[in-house]
Design a protein. Structure first.
Length: 199
């Protein structure tokens, strides 16, 4: 039951993108088409889950025992950068079309504050669940990172679908492009706030 609460909370209630506003750059940049939004969501999910696994191990097996927790951010950025390079190389070999479509936004996963934010969140924040108050263990950390990534992907794919539909309707000239995209993102964020009563 604890894992279900973690997943629902991360995907809907505390959506990393629409509630905590982390990762807005790729959200606005890659969400013009559903196909690129799905590809970016998959890449972010892979990087976020693997980065959380690696950074949790780095934090609790290296930084804490050596008493150098102050190096956390630098160490986490290095791990995330290495993982993004790995994803970039794999995508270039496996799916050159998706690699071309993501373009400059793929290296931006390195500086995506959502990936770094989740990695820091799972090692620093004390989570309170019904009947327990504790820091996350490794399994819970990977589950919550994957759930945050799924929430990121859900928001991005929904937003891409809405933006594709907005291209087909008559929008006043002053609202075309970025203004209507930002208004739509704000409405989506308010809609996700409605999930706050679930958990």
């Amino acid at each position: 039951m604890e894992y279900i609460i973690i997943i629902i909370s991360a995907v809907f209630v505390n959506n990393i993108l629409l509630s905590q506003f982390l990762g807005v750059c790729p959200f606005l940049g890659v969400s013009n088409r559903s196909s690129t939004a799905i590809g970016m969501s998959g890449a972010v999910m892979f990087v976020m889950a693997l980065a959380t696994l690696c950074t949790w191990l780095l934090h609790y097996c290296v930084l804490v025992p050596l008493g150098i927790e102050f190096m956390q951010t630098v160490g986490f950025i290095l791990v995330i950068a290495a993982l993004v390079q790995m994803v970039e190389i794999i995508l270039k070999k496996v799916s050159p079309a998706l690699y071309q479509a993501l373009g400059i936004f793929l290296p931006l996963i390195t500086t995506n504050c959502a990936v770094l934010g989740v990695a820091i969140l799972v090692v620093n924040k004390e989570f309170t669940f019904p009947g327990a108050s504790h820091y996350l263990n490794l399994a819970q950390s990977v589950v919550i990172a994957t759930a945050y990534a799924a929430g990121f992907g859900l928001a991005m794919i929904l937003f891409a679908g809405i933006r594709e539909q907005l291209d087909l309707v008559e929008v006043p000239a002053s609202f075309r492009g970025t203004p209507i995209a930002l208004i739509t993102a704000g409405i989506m964020a308010m809609a996700f706030m409605g999930f706050a009563g679930i958990v």
